[in-house]
Design a protein around this ligand. Structure first.
Ligand code: APR
Length: 170
């Protein structure tokens, strides 16, 4: 199990994995943050494909091609906006991770990389989000043998430390 979870610091758009996950909005409209980086690196065709998907409710996931990215696929998920923790944010964030993994497995993908969904513009506290991410990924991998590797990608050094701490928990 431990060998199936990796952690890197850097730009998710550079990873040559089967799928990278995008922290999108529910309309799948172009955004900033990791979404902006992914769309810039993928090229305009990804916007066109997103436009035809009809959005993505919070916690769900949708798949498109990766176009000019090294990753073959992009799995878009809309994370919850942090409203203080009493609006079901934890469960919605857990749904994001689980539904991305389900979609990856359904498509026979073996490697998937996640950014820290909801922890940027949407304001979800990073340590709490990291713990949810690790719990969901571990639970999924225990029950699935399609996905060989899940990579957590941290953009900032402090986010990398936060994720390392979450991964160090049993
Ligand atoms: N590679 C990896 N991680 C990145 C990158 C990148 N190139 N760019 C940003 N990040 C990190 C941020 O540092 C943060 O930890 O991704 C995490 C998620 O941040 P956001 O992109 O702001 O995503 P989120 O908080 O889920 O907000 C989603 O932002 O772009 C809009 O349309 C999007 O409305 C939606 C909202």
């Amino acid at each position: 199990m431990a060998g199936r979870i990796a952690q890197v610091r850097g730009d998710i758009t550079r990873l040559g994995v089967d799928a990278i996950v995008n922290a999108a909005n529910i309309h799948l409209r172009p955004g900033a943050g990791v979404d902006g980086a992914i769309r810039r690196a993928a090229g305009p065709a990804i916007n066109e494909e997103c436009r035809h998907l009809g959005g993505c409710p919070t916690g769900e996931a949708r798949i498109t091609g990766g176009y000019d990215l090294p990753a073959r696929w992009v799995i878009h998920t809309a994370g919850p906006v942090w409203e203080g923790g009493g609006a079901g944010e934890d469960a919605l964030l857990a749904n994001c991770y689980r539904n991305c993994l389900v979609l990856a497995a359904e498509n026979g993908l073996r490697g998937i990389a996640f950014p820290a969904i909801s922890t940027g513009i949407y304001g979800f506290p990073a340590p709490r989000a990291a713990s949810i991410a690790v719990t969901e990924v571990r639970a999924f991998l225990e029950a699935d043998d399609t996905i060989e590797q899940v990579t957590f990608v941290s953009f900032a050094a402090e986010d990398f430390e936060v994720m390392a701490e979450a991964l160090a928990q049993p």
